[in-house]
Design a binder for this molecule. Structure first.
Ligand code: AMP
Length: 389
């Protein structure tokens, strides 16, 4: 693995592709975890007296309105606070040579959201060759530190890497070490899978069944398994197209798959919905299962206690509603207090555990939801492969 420490960046112009795709509401950054995680690489490049050119995408850009909305200006400000150093925000995505000339070595520039190059014509997301060459011409070295986008072949990762000497930043290195070597992690390995639909995670489940000792199923996807076992699940979210898949793997791998035995149930989905606890045999046609129940929590913890490594992908309940966040919170709390090596697979699970105050309790919280899933599925990530090659 070629990292920023294996490439000469001393006194060079260095593009660092970061993942600053953070949630921003009314100009305020709701979660700056990804910005914080990128500091190590940026600081290292500054120590080497590099001229640091930061690039990132932010949300999708499909209209002029999106361009105004999805600007990296708030990120520049937050980064400045975190680094205690000026971040020269350049509100453009190309033709920035003059602006960059004004910036000294040992200083930082941040270009505008790379996806501004997706409207009116998709160039960034289509890995447009001319755009990639233009960006590459701005620097001598390229560092990919955006793990969250490495499952996509875009101009600002694969494109630039095809045109410049490239290496990984510390964030990507850490992500790869955690996920790449999962097979070598101490067994038993238990995976907690939650989230909404089974169909999104079929390949993931099949691949994980080969590696993991146990898979604990929670969240909306548990409903589909419970229905596949022949139980009534009422008005719960069910992914009917995955019922046959669930039946098949339940019959083949029942010793590895742990399905909830009880649920926290609502009769409507709203902020004020109250929760009642039902065993899975007692659900009615009006039931909406929104969280695992206490017996299931105890069952899951029994398996977690036997484990040395845990990978967690997907909240086990609709954690956005307070009454249905208990399962996710109790499991997070148990893991945070244990000595089990726990890897949180990004996306909603990362958001949930950070919001619940468990950020520093885990071995690793991935910054890439989709990217970490694709890695666990055994897929090659183009943003990683291009540099490994
Ligand atoms: P995913 O993007 O597939 O990981 O799904 C995450 C979403 O699943 C979160 O927004 C949760 O609210 C939702 N979710 C978790 N449990 C349930 C449930 N029992 N019913 C419906 N949605 C759920």
């Amino acid at each position: 693995m070629k990292t920023i420490e294996d490439i000469n960046i001393q006194g060079k112009k260095v593009i660092i592709r970061c993942d600053f795709n953070v949630p921003i509401k009314n100009g305020v950054i709701a979660d700056d975890n990804r910005i914080k995680e990128s500091l190590k690489t940026i600081k290292y490049a500054l120590e080497k007296n590099a001229k640091v050119i930061l690039m990132s995408h932010l949300g999708r850009v499909e209209s002029e309105e999106d361009k105004t909305k999805n600007t990296l200006l708030p990120v520049a400000k937050r980064l400045e606070e975190l680094l205690g150093k000026k971040v020269n925000f350049i509100p453009k995505t190309r033709d920035v040579e003059k602006e960059l000339e004004q910036i000294n070595f040992g200083e930082i520039a941040l270009l505008e959201n790379t996806r501004h190059e997706d409207f009116p014509v998709k160039k960034e997301s289509k890995n447009d060759e001319e755009l990639a060459k233009h960006w590459a011409s701005l620097a001598n070295v390229f560092i990919n530190d955006a793990f969250g986008t490495s499952h996509r072949a875009h101009a600002s990762n694969v494109g630039i890497a095809s045109n410049l000497p490239s290496a990984f930043g510390f964030l990507v290195k850490k992500e790869l070490e955690m996920l790449d070597k999962l097979e070598e992690s101490k067994k038993p390995l238990t995976v907690i899978l939650g989230g909404a639909k089974v169909s999104d995670k079929i390949t993931l489940i099949e691949n994980l069944l080969k590696k993991a000792d146990y898979i604990l199923i929670g969240g909306g996807m548990a409903n589909t398994f419970v229905k596949a076992m022949g139980h009534e699940v009422g008005k719960s979210l069910v992914d009917d197209e995955s019922l046959e898949f669930c039946k098949r793997i339940l019959s083949e791998k029942s010793n590895k798959l742990i399905i909830p035995i009880d649920f926290r149930v609502a009769t409507e989905i709203s902020e004020n919905s109250t929760s009642e606890i039902y065993d899975r045999e007692n659900l009615s046609e009006n039931s909406i299962c929104l969280d695992i129940g206490p017996k299931t929590e105890a069952l899951f913890i029994e398996y977690l206690e036997k484990s040395n490594t845990v990978v967690w992908n997907g909240p086990v309940g609709m954690f956005e509603l307070e009454n249905f966040a208990k399962g996710t919170k109790n499991i997070a709390e148990f893991l945070s207090k244990s000595n089990i090596k726990t890897i949180i697979g990004g996306g909603d699970t990362a958001a949930a555990v950070i919001k619940m105050g468990f950020k520093d309790s885990f071995a690793h919280i991935s910054t890439g939801g989709g990217a970490s899933i694709e890695m666990l599925e055994g897929k090659m990530l183009p943003g990683i492969e291009i540099i490994k090659k």
